[in-house]
Design a protein around this ligand. Structure first.
Ligand code: AMP
Length: 251
């Protein structure tokens, strides 16, 4: 049994010449801090990072415990353009944004959505009018304070089915996002040039899509599609600060 009064959040991130490389985060009990720090240090210390930060702090809020992640559906396409057309049709129906505007927003993610032409550090937020409403277009919003109870076992379960730790992390983020009543959908492609699988998360479903981007493209990112009436400050507070622990994956 987890002792909720003794939980700590561990957040690590690395960068090179000011550009973000990698980030990881865990929520663990006090006696797991040391081993967890080593594990996530190994994860973020890559691509000749020249800056690594690790922050450890006791959780101030009691976490919300969620039974299961969104349910994974694995979908394969012949090429990323066909996959994006499929995604565009779903997004058009559930957000009401017209296809041309949606295509423009998704193209931004494939070409560096930050105003400096690089990847954003977090996600873009788009309302149903197709407007970008994140408070900072370089930084975007990062979904934080999320982890699994019994992470190692859940990872093994996913790996047996052919999925990776990446899927686990992405499931955690998208599950927290879609639990929020104002988030309608999330689009994601990785910023690693050789990883072309992406996803579209909608209520209850995680559509894992291969390929969703062009092989060799170093750009990636996320778009959170939200309702027009969303209070942006409340949304930031939920995504950044509300701790969530997930018990199992839905496969
Ligand atoms: P990744 O899934 O780690 O390959 O990240 C792909 C892109 O998603 C990154 O370039 C960021 O723009 C964005 N991103 C990564 N982590 C988060 C997060 N925790 N919350 C929101 N956006 C994120």
């Amino acid at each position: 049994m987890l002792d909720f009064s003794k939980l700590f959040s561990i957040k690590a991130r690395s960068s090179k010449e000011g550009l973000h490389i990698s980030g990881a985060e865990r929520i663990v009990e006090e006696n797991k801090i040391d081993e967890t720090v080593l594990k996530i240090l190994k994860k973020v210390r890559r691509n000749e990072a020249d800056f690594i930060s690790i922050k450890i702090e006791k959780l101030k809020l009691k976490p919300i415990v969620v039974e299961k992640t969104l349910c994974i559906e694995d979908i394969k396409f012949n090429d990323y353009k066909e996959a994006n057309r499929y995604v565009l049709n779903i997004l058009k129906d559930i957000t009401g944004i017209d296809k041309r505007d949606l295509k423009h927003l998704i193209d931004l993610i494939h070409n560096g959505a930050s105003p400096n032409g690089e990847n954003m550090r977090g996600a873009m937020i788009v309302n149903q009018k197709g407007e970008r409403i994140e408070l900072n277009k370089y930084r975007g919003i990062r979904t934080r304070n999320i982890d699994f109870i019994g992470r190692e076992n859940i990872l093994k379960k996913l790996q047996k089915l052919g999925y990776t730790e990446r899927t686990l992390d992405a499931l955690a983020i998208s599950t927290k996002n879609l639990l929020n009543e104002n988030i309608i959908a999330e689009y994601c492609i990785s910023d690693e040039d050789n990883y072309t699988t992406g996803y579209l998360a909608i209520k209850n479903k995680y559509l894992r899509i291969t390929p969703l981007k062009r092989m060799g493209n170093k750009f990636g990112g996320r778009i959170y599609f939200v309702k027009n009436e969303t209070d942006i400050y409340k949304l930031y507070d939920y995504l950044e600060n509300c701790p969530i622990l997930i018990k199992d994956v839905c496969v």
